[in-house]
Ligand binder design. Structure first.
Ligand SMILES: Cc1cc2nc3c(=O)[nH]c(=O)nc-3n(C[C@H](O)[C@H](O)[C@H](O)COP(=O)(O)OP(=O)(O)OC[C@H]3O[C@@H](n4cnc5c(N)ncnc54)[C@H](O)[C@@H]3O)c2cc1C
Length: 482
Protein backbone atom coordinates (compact mmCIF):
# COMPACT_ATOMS: atom_id res chain seq x y z
CA UNK A 1 0.00 0.00 0.00
CA UNK A 2 2.82 2.45 0.88
CA UNK A 3 4.56 4.21 -1.96
CA UNK A 4 8.25 3.55 -2.65
CA UNK A 5 8.88 7.31 -2.62
CA UNK A 6 11.09 8.70 0.16
CA UNK A 7 9.24 9.74 3.33
CA UNK A 8 8.20 13.34 3.92
CA UNK A 9 11.29 15.26 5.00
CA UNK A 10 12.15 18.62 6.40
CA UNK A 11 8.71 19.88 6.83
CA UNK A 12 6.24 20.60 9.54
CA UNK A 13 3.19 18.38 9.77
CA UNK A 14 0.15 19.13 11.88
CA UNK A 15 -2.19 16.29 12.84
CA UNK A 16 -5.58 17.37 14.15
CA UNK A 17 -7.02 14.70 16.43
CA UNK A 18 -5.03 12.24 18.52
CA UNK A 19 -7.43 9.30 18.21
CA UNK A 20 -7.06 6.05 16.30
CA UNK A 21 -6.13 7.46 12.90
CA UNK A 22 -4.13 10.41 14.30
CA UNK A 23 -1.90 8.36 16.60
CA UNK A 24 -1.23 5.77 13.93
CA UNK A 25 -0.36 8.54 11.46
CA UNK A 26 1.97 10.27 13.93
CA UNK A 27 3.86 7.03 14.56
CA UNK A 28 4.17 6.10 10.89
CA UNK A 29 5.44 9.54 9.91
CA UNK A 30 7.85 9.66 12.85
CA UNK A 31 9.25 6.25 11.94
CA UNK A 32 9.63 7.30 8.32
CA UNK A 33 11.56 10.44 9.20
CA UNK A 34 13.72 8.49 11.65
CA UNK A 35 14.70 5.80 9.14
CA UNK A 36 15.49 8.47 6.62
CA UNK A 37 17.52 10.41 9.18
CA UNK A 38 19.71 7.32 9.59
CA UNK A 39 20.95 7.75 6.06
CA UNK A 40 21.09 11.55 6.04
CA UNK A 41 22.90 13.70 8.56
CA UNK A 42 19.86 15.61 9.85
CA UNK A 43 16.12 15.71 9.59
CA UNK A 44 14.08 18.70 10.54
CA UNK A 45 10.63 17.24 10.14
CA UNK A 46 8.37 18.04 13.05
CA UNK A 47 5.02 16.46 13.77
CA UNK A 48 2.55 18.20 16.06
CA UNK A 49 -0.59 16.43 17.23
CA UNK A 50 -3.42 18.62 18.49
CA UNK A 51 -5.97 16.82 20.67
CA UNK A 52 -8.92 18.42 22.40
CA UNK A 53 -9.01 16.11 25.43
CA UNK A 54 -6.64 16.73 28.31
CA UNK A 55 -5.25 13.23 27.92
CA UNK A 56 -4.21 10.71 25.31
CA UNK A 57 -5.79 8.26 24.71
CA UNK A 58 -8.54 10.79 24.32
CA UNK A 59 -11.87 10.07 25.96
CA UNK A 60 -13.53 11.63 22.91
CA UNK A 61 -11.96 9.05 20.61
CA UNK A 62 -14.20 6.25 19.33
CA UNK A 63 -11.28 3.99 20.14
CA UNK A 64 -11.28 4.93 23.84
CA UNK A 65 -13.02 1.79 24.89
CA UNK A 66 -12.43 -1.51 26.64
CA UNK A 67 -12.37 -3.39 23.37
CA UNK A 68 -13.11 -3.39 19.65
CA UNK A 69 -13.82 -6.28 17.32
CA UNK A 70 -10.96 -7.29 15.06
CA UNK A 71 -12.45 -9.21 12.15
CA UNK A 72 -12.06 -9.36 8.40
CA UNK A 73 -15.53 -10.25 7.16
CA UNK A 74 -16.84 -7.62 4.84
CA UNK A 75 -19.29 -7.69 1.98
CA UNK A 76 -16.53 -6.00 0.00
CA UNK A 77 -13.34 -8.08 -0.58
CA UNK A 78 -11.25 -4.91 -0.66
CA UNK A 79 -11.77 -4.41 3.08
CA UNK A 80 -11.40 -8.14 3.76
CA UNK A 81 -7.91 -8.00 2.26
CA UNK A 82 -7.09 -4.81 4.15
CA UNK A 83 -8.30 -6.31 7.42
CA UNK A 84 -6.29 -9.50 6.91
CA UNK A 85 -3.25 -7.26 6.51
CA UNK A 86 -4.16 -5.49 9.77
CA UNK A 87 -4.85 -8.77 11.59
CA UNK A 88 -1.39 -10.06 10.65
CA UNK A 89 0.04 -6.99 12.40
CA UNK A 90 -2.16 -7.56 15.44
CA UNK A 91 -0.96 -11.15 15.56
CA UNK A 92 2.74 -10.52 15.11
CA UNK A 93 3.88 -6.91 15.64
CA UNK A 94 5.34 -6.60 19.16
CA UNK A 95 3.73 -3.18 19.54
CA UNK A 96 0.18 -4.45 18.95
CA UNK A 97 0.31 -8.14 19.76
CA UNK A 98 -0.08 -7.70 23.58
CA UNK A 99 -3.45 -6.04 23.04
CA UNK A 100 -4.95 -8.54 20.61
CA UNK A 101 -7.03 -11.45 21.85
CA UNK A 102 -7.90 -13.99 19.18
CA UNK A 103 -10.96 -15.41 20.88
CA UNK A 104 -12.92 -16.00 17.67
CA UNK A 105 -16.08 -14.34 16.41
CA UNK A 106 -19.55 -15.83 16.62
CA UNK A 107 -21.57 -13.91 14.04
CA UNK A 108 -25.24 -14.91 14.04
CA UNK A 109 -28.79 -13.68 13.73
CA UNK A 110 -31.70 -14.51 15.98
CA UNK A 111 -34.92 -16.14 14.81
CA UNK A 112 -36.55 -12.69 14.60
CA UNK A 113 -33.95 -11.10 12.29
CA UNK A 114 -35.30 -9.22 9.27
CA UNK A 115 -34.46 -10.48 5.78
CA UNK A 116 -31.92 -7.71 5.11
CA UNK A 117 -29.91 -8.67 8.20
CA UNK A 118 -29.95 -12.32 7.14
CA UNK A 119 -28.77 -11.32 3.67
CA UNK A 120 -25.94 -9.25 5.16
CA UNK A 121 -24.75 -12.19 7.24
CA UNK A 122 -24.62 -14.38 4.13
CA UNK A 123 -22.37 -11.83 2.43
CA UNK A 124 -20.06 -11.75 5.42
CA UNK A 125 -19.67 -15.50 5.44
CA UNK A 126 -19.09 -15.58 1.70
CA UNK A 127 -16.26 -13.05 2.05
CA UNK A 128 -14.41 -15.45 4.37
CA UNK A 129 -15.19 -18.67 2.57
CA UNK A 130 -13.59 -17.40 -0.62
CA UNK A 131 -10.49 -15.99 1.10
CA UNK A 132 -7.44 -18.26 1.43
CA UNK A 133 -6.49 -16.83 4.84
CA UNK A 134 -9.66 -18.30 6.35
CA UNK A 135 -9.45 -21.79 4.90
CA UNK A 136 -10.44 -24.20 7.66
CA UNK A 137 -11.11 -21.37 10.10
CA UNK A 138 -14.82 -20.74 9.51
CA UNK A 139 -17.69 -23.08 10.30
CA UNK A 140 -21.44 -22.82 10.14
CA UNK A 141 -23.40 -22.61 13.37
CA UNK A 142 -27.04 -23.64 13.09
CA UNK A 143 -29.37 -23.49 16.03
CA UNK A 144 -29.07 -23.32 19.80
CA UNK A 145 -27.49 -26.75 20.26
CA UNK A 146 -24.55 -25.88 18.01
CA UNK A 147 -24.16 -22.47 19.69
CA UNK A 148 -23.95 -24.13 23.09
CA UNK A 149 -21.49 -26.74 21.89
CA UNK A 150 -19.26 -23.83 20.90
CA UNK A 151 -19.90 -21.65 23.95
CA UNK A 152 -20.94 -23.77 26.90
CA UNK A 153 -21.43 -20.68 29.05
CA UNK A 154 -24.51 -19.60 27.06
CA UNK A 155 -27.29 -21.17 29.10
CA UNK A 156 -30.22 -19.18 27.69
CA UNK A 157 -32.45 -20.38 24.83
CA UNK A 158 -30.35 -18.79 22.00
CA UNK A 159 -33.48 -19.39 19.99
CA UNK A 160 -32.99 -19.78 16.27
CA UNK A 161 -29.45 -18.44 16.35
CA UNK A 162 -27.89 -19.11 13.02
CA UNK A 163 -24.69 -17.99 11.34
CA UNK A 164 -21.05 -18.95 11.62
CA UNK A 165 -17.97 -18.98 13.80
CA UNK A 166 -14.71 -17.46 12.55
CA UNK A 167 -11.68 -18.46 14.58
CA UNK A 168 -9.26 -15.93 13.04
CA UNK A 169 -10.84 -12.93 14.72
CA UNK A 170 -11.29 -11.53 18.19
CA UNK A 171 -10.84 -8.21 19.83
CA UNK A 172 -8.25 -5.64 20.80
CA UNK A 173 -8.08 -3.86 24.10
CA UNK A 174 -8.50 -0.62 22.23
CA UNK A 175 -7.67 2.03 24.79
CA UNK A 176 -4.51 0.23 25.83
CA UNK A 177 -3.45 -0.29 22.20
CA UNK A 178 -3.83 3.44 21.54
CA UNK A 179 -1.86 4.14 24.69
CA UNK A 180 0.91 1.87 23.43
CA UNK A 181 1.15 3.84 20.17
CA UNK A 182 1.19 7.12 22.10
CA UNK A 183 3.93 5.89 24.43
CA UNK A 184 5.96 4.66 21.45
CA UNK A 185 5.79 8.13 19.92
CA UNK A 186 6.90 9.70 23.21
CA UNK A 187 9.64 7.17 23.93
CA UNK A 188 11.20 6.81 20.50
CA UNK A 189 10.43 10.07 18.78
CA UNK A 190 10.20 12.76 21.44
CA UNK A 191 12.55 14.89 19.33
CA UNK A 192 10.08 15.11 16.45
CA UNK A 193 6.57 14.39 17.73
CA UNK A 194 4.92 16.93 19.99
CA UNK A 195 1.47 16.60 21.56
CA UNK A 196 -0.64 19.63 22.51
CA UNK A 197 -3.71 18.62 24.48
CA UNK A 198 -6.73 20.13 26.18
CA UNK A 199 -9.70 22.36 25.38
CA UNK A 200 -7.49 25.44 25.17
CA UNK A 201 -4.10 24.34 23.81
CA UNK A 202 -5.22 21.27 21.86
CA UNK A 203 -8.72 21.87 20.52
CA UNK A 204 -8.71 23.31 17.04
CA UNK A 205 -11.17 26.11 16.52
CA UNK A 206 -10.51 26.54 12.81
CA UNK A 207 -8.17 25.71 10.02
CA UNK A 208 -5.99 28.58 8.80
CA UNK A 209 -5.76 29.53 5.13
CA UNK A 210 -3.69 32.09 3.28
CA UNK A 211 -3.99 33.39 -0.25
CA UNK A 212 -6.70 32.41 -2.64
CA UNK A 213 -7.31 29.29 -4.66
CA UNK A 214 -9.56 28.67 -7.57
CA UNK A 215 -12.90 27.75 -6.04
CA UNK A 216 -11.16 26.93 -2.80
CA UNK A 217 -9.99 28.50 0.41
CA UNK A 218 -6.33 29.18 -0.42
CA UNK A 219 -3.36 27.38 1.04
CA UNK A 220 -3.89 25.69 4.39
CA UNK A 221 -1.07 26.90 6.62
CA UNK A 222 -2.14 25.19 9.83
CA UNK A 223 -4.78 25.69 12.47
CA UNK A 224 -5.79 27.92 15.35
CA UNK A 225 -6.50 26.39 18.75
CA UNK A 226 -9.07 27.77 21.20
CA UNK A 227 -6.40 29.69 23.12
CA UNK A 228 -5.80 31.69 19.93
CA UNK A 229 -2.45 30.12 19.22
CA UNK A 230 -1.55 29.66 15.59
CA UNK A 231 0.06 26.30 14.74
CA UNK A 232 1.66 26.75 11.32
CA UNK A 233 2.52 23.74 9.20
CA UNK A 234 3.48 22.82 5.66
CA UNK A 235 0.96 19.98 5.70
CA UNK A 236 -2.13 19.69 7.88
CA UNK A 237 -3.86 16.34 8.28
CA UNK A 238 -7.34 16.22 9.79
CA UNK A 239 -7.91 13.00 11.74
CA UNK A 240 -10.65 14.38 13.95
CA UNK A 241 -13.10 11.48 13.69
CA UNK A 242 -16.66 12.73 14.06
CA UNK A 243 -15.23 16.20 14.78
CA UNK A 244 -14.40 16.60 11.09
CA UNK A 245 -17.93 17.85 10.38
CA UNK A 246 -17.32 21.09 12.26
CA UNK A 247 -13.75 21.65 11.05
CA UNK A 248 -14.05 21.64 7.28
CA UNK A 249 -14.93 25.06 5.83
CA UNK A 250 -18.02 25.06 3.64
CA UNK A 251 -16.21 25.89 0.41
CA UNK A 252 -13.90 22.90 0.89
CA UNK A 253 -16.65 20.56 1.96
CA UNK A 254 -18.26 20.96 -1.44
CA UNK A 255 -21.41 22.37 0.07
CA UNK A 256 -24.01 23.51 -2.41
CA UNK A 257 -27.57 24.72 -2.22
CA UNK A 258 -28.70 21.12 -2.55
CA UNK A 259 -26.49 19.88 0.25
CA UNK A 260 -26.04 22.78 2.61
CA UNK A 261 -25.02 22.65 6.20
CA UNK A 262 -22.10 21.54 8.28
CA UNK A 263 -20.84 18.09 7.50
CA UNK A 264 -23.46 17.27 4.94
CA UNK A 265 -21.59 18.81 2.02
CA UNK A 266 -18.50 16.80 2.89
CA UNK A 267 -20.61 13.65 2.80
CA UNK A 268 -19.71 12.77 6.37
CA UNK A 269 -22.24 12.47 9.17
CA UNK A 270 -21.25 12.45 12.82
CA UNK A 271 -22.97 9.29 13.98
CA UNK A 272 -22.98 7.45 17.29
CA UNK A 273 -23.91 4.17 18.88
CA UNK A 274 -24.65 3.51 22.56
CA UNK A 275 -22.26 1.52 24.73
CA UNK A 276 -22.96 0.10 28.21
CA UNK A 277 -21.21 -2.23 30.63
CA UNK A 278 -22.23 -4.79 33.22
CA UNK A 279 -20.06 -5.20 36.29
CA UNK A 280 -19.26 -8.84 37.04
CA UNK A 281 -17.77 -10.33 40.18
CA UNK A 282 -14.34 -11.94 39.77
CA UNK A 283 -15.94 -15.40 39.83
CA UNK A 284 -18.54 -14.48 37.23
CA UNK A 285 -15.83 -13.01 35.03
CA UNK A 286 -13.65 -16.10 35.37
CA UNK A 287 -16.57 -18.27 34.26
CA UNK A 288 -16.96 -16.25 31.03
CA UNK A 289 -13.24 -15.95 30.27
CA UNK A 290 -12.43 -17.13 26.75
CA UNK A 291 -15.86 -16.74 25.15
CA UNK A 292 -15.78 -15.51 21.56
CA UNK A 293 -16.86 -12.03 20.58
CA UNK A 294 -20.57 -12.65 20.12
CA UNK A 295 -22.56 -10.66 17.61
CA UNK A 296 -26.27 -11.26 17.29
CA UNK A 297 -26.75 -8.88 14.42
CA UNK A 298 -30.36 -7.93 15.04
CA UNK A 299 -29.81 -7.50 18.80
CA UNK A 300 -26.39 -6.48 20.10
CA UNK A 301 -22.81 -7.68 20.56
CA UNK A 302 -20.55 -8.34 23.52
CA UNK A 303 -17.07 -9.49 24.45
CA UNK A 304 -15.38 -11.61 27.06
CA UNK A 305 -15.10 -9.78 30.40
CA UNK A 306 -12.43 -7.12 30.53
CA UNK A 307 -9.33 -8.52 32.21
CA UNK A 308 -8.73 -5.45 34.42
CA UNK A 309 -12.23 -4.38 35.43
CA UNK A 310 -14.33 -7.56 34.99
CA UNK A 311 -16.80 -5.54 32.97
CA UNK A 312 -18.81 -6.91 30.07
CA UNK A 313 -19.30 -4.47 27.21
CA UNK A 314 -22.47 -4.33 25.10
CA UNK A 315 -23.49 -2.37 22.03
CA UNK A 316 -26.80 -2.52 20.20
CA UNK A 317 -26.30 -2.88 16.46
CA UNK A 318 -28.82 -0.56 14.90
CA UNK A 319 -28.35 2.03 12.20
CA UNK A 320 -26.81 4.46 14.68
CA UNK A 321 -27.84 7.96 15.72
CA UNK A 322 -27.07 11.44 14.44
CA UNK A 323 -28.29 14.87 15.38
CA UNK A 324 -29.36 17.38 12.77
CA UNK A 325 -30.22 20.99 13.54
CA UNK A 326 -31.84 23.73 11.51
CA UNK A 327 -29.68 26.74 10.84
CA UNK A 328 -30.66 30.12 9.45
CA UNK A 329 -28.37 32.12 7.23
CA UNK A 330 -29.07 35.45 5.61
CA UNK A 331 -27.99 36.55 2.18
CA UNK A 332 -28.34 40.10 0.93
CA UNK A 333 -27.86 41.86 -2.36
CA UNK A 334 -28.22 45.53 -3.21
CA UNK A 335 -31.91 45.05 -3.95
CA UNK A 336 -33.06 42.43 -1.48
CA UNK A 337 -32.15 40.37 1.50
CA UNK A 338 -33.44 36.94 2.37
CA UNK A 339 -33.11 34.36 5.12
CA UNK A 340 -32.34 30.78 4.18
CA UNK A 341 -32.95 27.76 6.32
CA UNK A 342 -30.90 24.62 5.99
CA UNK A 343 -30.16 21.45 7.89
CA UNK A 344 -26.77 20.99 9.52
CA UNK A 345 -25.04 18.18 11.33
CA UNK A 346 -24.73 19.25 14.97
CA UNK A 347 -21.68 16.99 15.30
CA UNK A 348 -20.60 15.36 18.53
CA UNK A 349 -21.12 17.41 21.71
CA UNK A 350 -18.11 19.45 22.82
CA UNK A 351 -18.16 17.99 26.33
CA UNK A 352 -18.06 14.36 27.44
CA UNK A 353 -21.00 14.64 29.86
CA UNK A 354 -23.47 15.34 27.05
CA UNK A 355 -22.72 11.93 25.52
CA UNK A 356 -23.22 9.99 28.73
CA UNK A 357 -26.52 8.27 28.01
CA UNK A 358 -27.95 5.67 25.67
CA UNK A 359 -31.36 5.51 24.01
CA UNK A 360 -33.96 3.23 25.60
CA UNK A 361 -34.10 1.18 22.40
CA UNK A 362 -30.49 0.09 23.02
CA UNK A 363 -31.35 -1.16 26.49
CA UNK A 364 -34.30 -3.17 25.16
CA UNK A 365 -32.11 -4.93 22.61
CA UNK A 366 -29.30 -5.62 25.07
CA UNK A 367 -31.68 -7.08 27.64
CA UNK A 368 -33.22 -9.30 24.96
CA UNK A 369 -29.75 -10.54 24.05
CA UNK A 370 -28.96 -11.26 27.69
CA UNK A 371 -32.19 -13.21 28.14
CA UNK A 372 -31.22 -15.31 25.12
CA UNK A 373 -27.57 -15.96 26.06
CA UNK A 374 -26.92 -15.23 29.73
CA UNK A 375 -30.31 -14.96 31.48
CA UNK A 376 -28.79 -14.73 34.96
CA UNK A 377 -27.45 -11.30 33.97
CA UNK A 378 -30.58 -10.08 32.18
CA UNK A 379 -31.66 -7.66 34.92
CA UNK A 380 -28.22 -6.50 36.05
CA UNK A 381 -27.73 -2.72 36.16
CA UNK A 382 -26.28 -1.35 32.94
CA UNK A 383 -23.51 1.10 33.81
CA UNK A 384 -21.05 3.51 32.13
CA UNK A 385 -23.67 4.40 29.47
CA UNK A 386 -22.23 6.58 26.75
CA UNK A 387 -22.45 7.39 23.07
CA UNK A 388 -19.46 6.59 20.90
CA UNK A 389 -19.11 8.94 17.91
CA UNK A 390 -17.71 8.18 14.47
CA UNK A 391 -17.37 9.89 11.08
CA UNK A 392 -19.81 8.09 8.83
CA UNK A 393 -19.28 8.28 5.08
CA UNK A 394 -22.57 6.55 4.33
CA UNK A 395 -21.05 3.99 1.99
CA UNK A 396 -18.53 3.04 4.72
CA UNK A 397 -15.49 3.90 2.59
CA UNK A 398 -12.75 5.82 4.33
CA UNK A 399 -11.77 9.22 2.91
CA UNK A 400 -7.98 9.49 2.84
CA UNK A 401 -6.92 12.19 0.46
CA UNK A 402 -5.73 15.72 -0.08
CA UNK A 403 -8.56 18.22 0.03
CA UNK A 404 -8.81 19.48 -3.56
CA UNK A 405 -9.86 23.01 -2.62
CA UNK A 406 -6.77 23.64 -0.50
CA UNK A 407 -3.87 24.89 -2.62
CA UNK A 408 -0.66 22.90 -2.93
CA UNK A 409 -1.76 19.67 -1.27
CA UNK A 410 -1.51 21.57 2.00
CA UNK A 411 -4.49 19.88 3.63
CA UNK A 412 -5.30 16.17 3.85
CA UNK A 413 -7.97 14.19 5.65
CA UNK A 414 -8.04 10.67 7.00
CA UNK A 415 -11.65 10.26 7.99
CA UNK A 416 -14.90 8.47 7.18
CA UNK A 417 -13.98 5.60 9.49
CA UNK A 418 -17.67 4.67 9.44
CA UNK A 419 -17.47 2.66 12.61
CA UNK A 420 -15.09 -0.02 11.35
CA UNK A 421 -11.73 1.72 11.59
CA UNK A 422 -10.22 0.65 14.87
CA UNK A 423 -8.89 -2.64 13.53
CA UNK A 424 -6.80 -0.55 11.13
CA UNK A 425 -4.75 1.04 13.94
CA UNK A 426 -1.58 -0.88 12.96
CA UNK A 427 -1.82 0.06 9.27
CA UNK A 428 -3.78 3.27 8.77
CA UNK A 429 -0.78 5.50 9.52
CA UNK A 430 1.23 3.85 6.75
CA UNK A 431 -1.65 4.48 4.38
CA UNK A 432 -1.65 8.19 5.24
CA UNK A 433 2.13 8.26 4.94
CA UNK A 434 1.80 6.69 1.50
CA UNK A 435 -0.54 9.48 0.48
CA UNK A 436 1.94 12.14 1.56
CA UNK A 437 4.81 10.42 -0.16
CA UNK A 438 3.11 9.79 -3.47
CA UNK A 439 1.18 13.05 -3.59
CA UNK A 440 -2.02 11.42 -4.72
CA UNK A 441 -4.53 8.84 -3.64
CA UNK A 442 -4.23 5.80 -5.87
CA UNK A 443 -7.17 4.01 -4.27
CA UNK A 444 -10.17 5.48 -6.05
CA UNK A 445 -12.68 4.68 -3.32
CA UNK A 446 -10.70 6.72 -0.78
CA UNK A 447 -10.52 9.83 -2.95
CA UNK A 448 -12.28 12.95 -1.87
CA UNK A 449 -13.89 13.51 -5.28
CA UNK A 450 -15.71 10.22 -5.61
CA UNK A 451 -17.00 10.37 -2.09
CA UNK A 452 -20.68 9.55 -1.95
CA UNK A 453 -23.24 11.66 -0.11
CA UNK A 454 -24.34 10.19 3.13
CA UNK A 455 -27.66 8.40 2.80
CA UNK A 456 -27.59 5.93 5.61
CA UNK A 457 -30.69 4.06 4.60
CA UNK A 458 -29.64 0.77 6.14
CA UNK A 459 -29.22 -0.83 2.72
CA UNK A 460 -27.07 -3.91 2.40
CA UNK A 461 -24.99 -2.87 -0.58
CA UNK A 462 -21.23 -2.71 -0.53
CA UNK A 463 -19.70 -2.62 2.94
CA UNK A 464 -22.75 -0.90 4.39
CA UNK A 465 -24.38 -4.01 5.62
CA UNK A 466 -22.69 -4.11 8.98
CA UNK A 467 -25.45 -1.69 10.00
CA UNK A 468 -28.79 -3.05 10.97
CA UNK A 469 -31.35 -0.48 9.94
CA UNK A 470 -31.42 3.21 9.11
CA UNK A 471 -29.95 6.01 11.21
CA UNK A 472 -32.20 7.96 13.60
CA UNK A 473 -32.00 11.46 15.03
CA UNK A 474 -31.12 11.48 18.73
CA UNK A 475 -33.74 14.19 19.27
CA UNK A 476 -36.49 11.70 18.34
CA UNK A 477 -35.43 9.04 20.84
CA UNK A 478 -36.30 8.33 24.45
CA UNK A 479 -33.27 8.22 26.72
CA UNK A 480 -32.87 5.15 28.89
CA UNK A 481 -33.31 5.65 32.63
CA UNK A 482 -30.59 3.48 34.11
C1 LIG B 1 -19.87 1.93 19.40
C2 LIG B 1 -18.71 1.74 18.46
C3 LIG B 1 -18.18 0.50 18.29
C4 LIG B 1 -17.11 0.32 17.41
N1 LIG B 1 -16.62 -0.93 17.26
C5 LIG B 1 -15.58 -1.12 16.42
C6 LIG B 1 -15.08 -2.42 16.26
O1 LIG B 1 -15.57 -3.36 16.89
N2 LIG B 1 -14.01 -2.60 15.42
C7 LIG B 1 -13.47 -1.57 14.73
O2 LIG B 1 -12.53 -1.80 13.96
N3 LIG B 1 -13.93 -0.31 14.87
C8 LIG B 1 -14.97 -0.07 15.70
N4 LIG B 1 -15.46 1.18 15.88
C9 LIG B 1 -14.90 2.27 15.08
C10 LIG B 1 -13.59 2.82 15.57
O3 LIG B 1 -13.60 3.09 16.93
C11 LIG B 1 -13.31 4.07 14.74
O4 LIG B 1 -13.38 3.71 13.38
C12 LIG B 1 -11.98 4.72 14.99
O5 LIG B 1 -11.80 4.99 16.36
C13 LIG B 1 -11.92 6.03 14.19
O6 LIG B 1 -10.70 6.67 14.38
P1 LIG B 1 -10.52 8.23 14.12
O7 LIG B 1 -9.14 8.56 14.46
O8 LIG B 1 -11.07 8.58 12.79
O9 LIG B 1 -11.51 8.92 15.17
P2 LIG B 1 -11.33 8.94 16.75
O10 LIG B 1 -10.63 7.75 17.23
O11 LIG B 1 -12.68 9.23 17.30
O12 LIG B 1 -10.37 10.16 17.01
C14 LIG B 1 -10.72 11.48 16.70
C15 LIG B 1 -9.95 12.37 17.66
O13 LIG B 1 -10.02 13.73 17.20
C16 LIG B 1 -10.17 14.56 18.33
N5 LIG B 1 -10.76 15.82 17.88
C17 LIG B 1 -11.98 16.01 17.34
N6 LIG B 1 -12.18 17.30 17.04
C18 LIG B 1 -11.04 17.96 17.40
C19 LIG B 1 -10.63 19.31 17.34
N7 LIG B 1 -11.44 20.29 16.86
N8 LIG B 1 -9.42 19.65 17.80
C20 LIG B 1 -8.58 18.68 18.30
N9 LIG B 1 -8.93 17.38 18.39
C21 LIG B 1 -10.14 17.02 17.93
C22 LIG B 1 -11.06 13.75 19.26
O14 LIG B 1 -10.96 14.21 20.60
C23 LIG B 1 -10.50 12.34 19.07
O15 LIG B 1 -9.48 12.06 19.97
C24 LIG B 1 -16.54 1.41 16.72
C25 LIG B 1 -17.08 2.68 16.92
C26 LIG B 1 -18.16 2.85 17.76
C27 LIG B 1 -18.74 4.22 17.93
Amino acid sequence: MASPQPPPQNRSILIIGGGTFGLSTALSLARATASSADSQSTTTTTITVLEKDTQIPSRFSAGHDLNKIIRAEYADPFYTDLSVHAIRKWQTDPLYQPYYFERGYLNVISAAAPAATRQGLDKYRASLETHPAFRGKVRAVRGAAEVKRLVAQFDGPCEGWEGYYNEMAGYAHSRDAMDAVYRECKREFADRVKFCVGPEHGEVERLLFEGEGEGGAGRCVGAVTRDGQVHRADTTIVTAGAGVVSLMPQQLAGSSSSSPGRGLGLGITARCWGVVHIQLTPDEAAALRGIPVTMVRDLAFFFEPDRDTNKLKFCHMGGGYHHLVHQESSSSSSSSSSAQSSVADAGPPRDLASSQFVPEIDVQHIRRLLREALPALADRPLIDAHLCWIADSGNSDFVIDFVPGAVGKSLAVATGDSGHGFKMLPIIGDIVKGLLESGEQSVARWRWAVHERNNNDGSVDGVRNWRNGAGKDLADLVRAKL
